[in-house]
Write a protein that binds this ligand. Structure first.
Ligand code: P6P
Length: 342
C-alpha cells in the first residue's frame, strides 16, 4: 500500500494560504495578513460559543436594543466583544464600525492602517432555533495620516475602496469566505484541529440561477418593478428560498446561483440591510465571484456613504438575475415618468 495513503495531507490552512497569497495584497507588509488572522481567531471563539449556547446561559435576549432598534441577543453582545477585542489586540485597526455600537469605536491603535466595518453576528434572532447565522466584515485602508484616531472620513468610504471583505457562516459546518480583490476563497473549520482549511478555492458564482430570496410577507409594499420581477420568477418556475439569515441565503446563492433581494418596503423605506457592514462586503465578494450587486439602479460599491449605519435596498447574486431585476425596475421608472408627463 502506498504509505502516503496512511497519512493523507490535511490540506492548506488559512494561515498558509494567506502567507502564500501575501504578494497579492495591495500592501504586502504582513499587516493585512495579521488582520485576517485576528478575524479568524475571533471567529473560532464565537463559533465555540454559538455551538454551546444552548448548554450555558448565553442564548436568548440580552435585554437591550441596539442602534438599529433591534433586540440584542446575548450572543450579539458576546460576538461584538470578541471581534472588537481581537481587532484591538491585533494592533492593525485604528477604528471600527459595528452594527452593535451607535458610535465608531476607536481602538487606541492610532498607528493602525486599517478600518473595519463589521456585523458581528447577523441573523442572531435565529440562534435559538438553530438556524445558520453569520459574521460579515469589510476592511478599508485609512485615508487620514497615522498617529491619530481614525476619522469619520476613514469610515465613510465607498465600497470600491475595500481592500478585503468576508463572512463567516456558522452552519452545518463553519466556513470563512473572503476576498482581497483577487478572487474569492472559502475555508472550512475543523474544530478538532482548531484550523480553517481551504475547501472552496476560487469560488465563481453561476451567471444565472433558478432561486429567488425575498421576504414575500412584505409583498404588499413592493414597488411595481419588484412585484413584477417576483412574478417573473414564479412564472419561470424558480424556487423560493428565504432563510431569514442573510449570510445563509447569500452563501447558498453564491455557490448554486440565485438572487437575494431586500427592497424598500413600507417598514423599511430604504431597505433593511446596512450598507457598510452587510451590503458592501457581500457586494465586493459577489463581484469578485462574477456576480453583481446594486440598489436596483446604482452599483452597491459606488454608493457614497453618508452615515455609518445607513441602509440601502439590495439586489445581489447571479449577474443575469440582478440585471433582469434592474430591467423590471427601469420599466417601472419609465412608466412612472410617462405618467408624470402625461
Ligand atoms: P426580515 C437579520 O435580522 C437580517 O438582517 C438578515 O440576516 C436577514 O436576511 C433579514 O434581516 C431578514 O429580515 O425582515 O425578512 O425578517
Amino acid at each position: 500500500m502506498d504509505h502516503n495513503k496512511l497519512a493523507l495531507p490535511v490540506g492548506t490552512t488559512l494561515d498558509r494560504f494567506i502567507m502564500r497569497k501575501q504578494e497579492d495584497f495591495p500592501y504586502a507588509t504582513g499587516e493585512l495578513s495579521q488582520l485576517l488572522r485576528d478575524i479568524a481567531l475571533a471567529a473560532k471563539i464565537v463559533n465555540r460559543e454559538i455551538n454551546r449556547s444552548g448548554l450555558i446561559d448565553i442564548a436568548g435576549a440580552y435585554g437591550n436594543r441596539n442602534v438599529q432598534g433591534e433586540d440584542q441577543q446575548k450572543l450579539d453582545v458576546i460576538a461584538n466583544i470578541r471581534f472588537i477585542r481581537a481587532l484591538r489586540n491585533g494592533g492593525e485597526v485604528c477604528t471600527i464600525i459595528s452594527e452593535e455600537d451607535a458610535d465608531i469605536i476607536q481602538t487606541g491603535n492610532n498607528q493602525g492602517k486599517y478600518v473595519v466595518a463589521i456585523d458581528p453576528l447577523d441573523g442572531s434572532s435565529n440562534i435559538d432555533v438553530n438556524v445558520s447565522i453569520g459574521t460579515i466584515f469589510s476592511i478599508y485602508r485609512r485615508i487620514s495620516p497615522t498617529g491619530r484616531e481614525g476619522s469619520s472620513a476613514d469610515c465613510l468610504q465607498p465600497g470600491t475602496h475595500q481592500v478585503a471583505a468576508g463572512y463567516v457562516i456558522y452552519g452545518s459546518s463553519t466556513m470563512l469566505v473572503y476576498t482581497t480583490g483577487n478572487g474569492v476563497n472559502g475555508f472550512t473549520y475543523e474544530p478538532s484541529l482548531g484550523e480553517f482549511f481551504l475547501s472552496h478555492p476560487d469560488i465563481q458564482t453561476p451567471k444565472t440561477g433558478k432561486v429567488y430570496s425575498i421576504n414575500e410577507g412584505s409583498a404588499e409594499s413592493f414597488s411595481p418593478g419588484v412585484a413584477a420581477f417576483v412574478q417573473h420568477c414564479k412564472s419561470e418556475k424558480f424556487s423560493a428560498r428565504y432563510i431569514g439569515s442573510l449570510v445563509a441565503d447569500f452563501h447558498r446563492n453564491l455557490l448554486k446561483g440565485g438572487i437575494y433581494i431586500y427592497p424598500a418596503t413600507a417598514k423599511d423605506p430604504s431597505g433593511k440591510l446596512r450598507l457598510m457592514y452587510e451590503c458592501n462586503p457581500l457586494a465586493f465578494i459577489v463581484e469578485q465571484a462574477g456576480g453583481k450587486s446594486s440598489n436596483g439602479q446604482l452599483r452597491t460599491l459606488e454608493i457614497e456613504p453618508k452615515t455609518c449605519h445607513e441602509r440601502c435596498p439590495v439586489f445581489i447574486g447571479s449577474k443575469e438575475l440582478v440585471e433582469q431585476a434592474e430591467a423590471f425596475l427601469a420599466q417601472e421608472k419609465e412608466a412612472a415618468e410617462a405618467t408624470a408627463t402625461a
